[in-house]
Design a protein around this ligand. Sequence first.
Ligand code: BGC
Length: 736
Amino acid sequence: MKRFIAFILLLTPLFGFGGEDERIEAMLSKMSFDDKIGQLNQVDGRGDIGQLEAEIRAGRLGSVMNIVDPKLLDRLQRIAVEESPAGIPLLFARDVVHGFKTVLPIPLGQAASFDEELVERAARNTAVEATECGIRWAFAPMMDIARDPRWGRIAEGFGEDPFLAGRLAAAVVRGYQGDSLSDPKSMAACAKHFVGYGAAEGGRDYNTTYIPERLLRDIYFPPFRMAVEAGCASVMSSFNDNDGLPATGNRWLLTDVLRGEWGFDGVVVSDWGSVAGLVPHGAAADNREAAKRCITAGTDMDMSSRSYLRHLRSLVENGEVPMEVVDEAVRRILRLKMRLGLFEHPYARQVTTSDLYSEKILDDACALAREATVLLKNDGVLPLSNVRRILVTGPMADAPYDQLGTWTLDGDKTRTLTPIRALREIAGKEIEILYEPALAYGRDQSTARFGRLRSLARKADVVLAFVGEEQIMSGEAHSLADLNLQGAQREMLELLAGCGRPLVTVFMAGRPLTIERETEISDAVLYAWHPGTMGGRAIAQIILGEASPSGKLPVTFPRCVGQIPMYYNHKHTSHRADGSEGNLDDIPREAVQSVMGHTSSYLDVPPTPLFPFGFGLSYTTFTLSELQLSDTTVPANGVLKVRVTVENRGKREGTEVVQLYVGRKSASVTRPIKELKGFRRVTLSPSESRIIEFELPIDELAFCGADRRTAVEPGSYVLTIGTDSRDGLKEHFSVK
Ligand code: BGC
């Protein structure tokens, strides 16, 4: 049989039926039922290798995860190709989430760059590194919209906005998949987790979601659709049940919408054990029923639960699952393997010189970490100038493991450039650098070294405090109920602020933390997320003024946990807050009930976030002027051209991210106050100004209306161009 398949592959192009479909049908017709079921089974390769080899030899596996040693991988592949009954190569998969060996900033940090080109280039580099180790399928990009920073996996996605998330997800897809999947340096991307996983109740990972169809279509679907349109080869179903239906067993989602409406012809893989997960969800009585529901829903590959392997035969033999359903799933997997060129080149690619940690790859990672860093406050202390002695402190100043962030399976922490290392390297000769970590790690409660810290701070011209979260505080199953700095970190900052020296606080974290007090007492604040291998250099370059910060928040920063969920693209409400609310001292004793007005706000906290979506400062200042629209009325299938002048009013070169938002006052259903529909990075020299132009295809304004159809509604719209989501220049236009 193996020989038969090799024969088909060889001859089909010669006889002109080399089309993908013909090749697949020819292969399928020669596969036994067991060969087919084997293709639908994916397991973790980190267990007993002897057993793994036996399963491969028996043809019981279509894909293996987590083997990254190319020699072992080739050995296993040889068994699949030469010894298994059908001789079909395995597809080796891995969570290549933000970099491989060279670790990039966490995706939430990458999103702060608003830089599709750089994100794509860095993703390409990642593919080059990962394929060198034989990985041809990456479980990324993750594009779950997250409006709740308690959720630990907010780190892994691109934030709260569907347009930004979709654009960046598409950039990662292009980077991973290259010009052709069959390029040995390309790997299949996987859009995950479909869908709504980021809306888990209370931010508790894996929890229930209740997202009505309209919200799915307007907010949660668009990034996936954009990834599919970019050619994403696979989609992973999510763990959560939404409105009663676990995604992995939801036929409407995986078949009607994904394949039917969007034309997706790739593979749907379950999440880890999420086929069997229907049982604890209470959506199936046992694994057999779960397998039946999931395969008929359109989940092609069962990741690690073995439910398909165990039950598909009897389900088909009993007539409970049509054979055609199994065949269709197998076809999709064969198609993916074919598109990857695995039948021709099943083995890890041979390299003469390794690209792992190459200079180019490290430089791009550094550039991305630089662009990811957001300047949240600056009283003028940054960039440092005329300083002779600085104190570097805090648990994140030299935390090579923690700064890599969550999902760092392959990065080597001995390659991490931490801030203290980078500052010494770049400025160590001209500036005296005092170093006292004060706390050993984020949760450290011990203040034993604070006395020494105080005396060192008094000797320094400026204090740089690196605080934040340990790696393990965010990521899968790492949600938090309290987003304040942990351990004695706040106390440490209070102490430093009281020393009379300018205090620069740099946060390295996997999520927005609640940092109102820390911001208040610091002279400057940088938010660097978990910035990856090169993060220290990127931050040092910004602090020392070799680069001006340009990052913008991809997610709203609440003042406190009680404000969550808080996101910029919220609805109009009938009782708006005016911004003056939220101070308990303003409330008179025994006042009549209406004295506070009737607004949608809290009595104790202002209705505004600490920092809005899209916010980020620079070392220079920019102004926007002369907003012009090409038309005041546009047809629903038209394109609106938008021009605006951006000017650098400061004394240094800098980059601004100009953001275009659209909203409308009324429609057939209530709508968000505004939505991001375009963004552009512009780099300008001092006093330089430039006219930039956006093209806004009106069909991007479509939303799910009262009739549940997604369409553009005629009416009047407000367009805002700004440098964050709060305000900006406004113009009106109508759609006919
Ligand atoms: C995660 C996925 C991941 C998979 C494989 C699951 O627990 O939710 O994002 O791709 O494991 O490691």
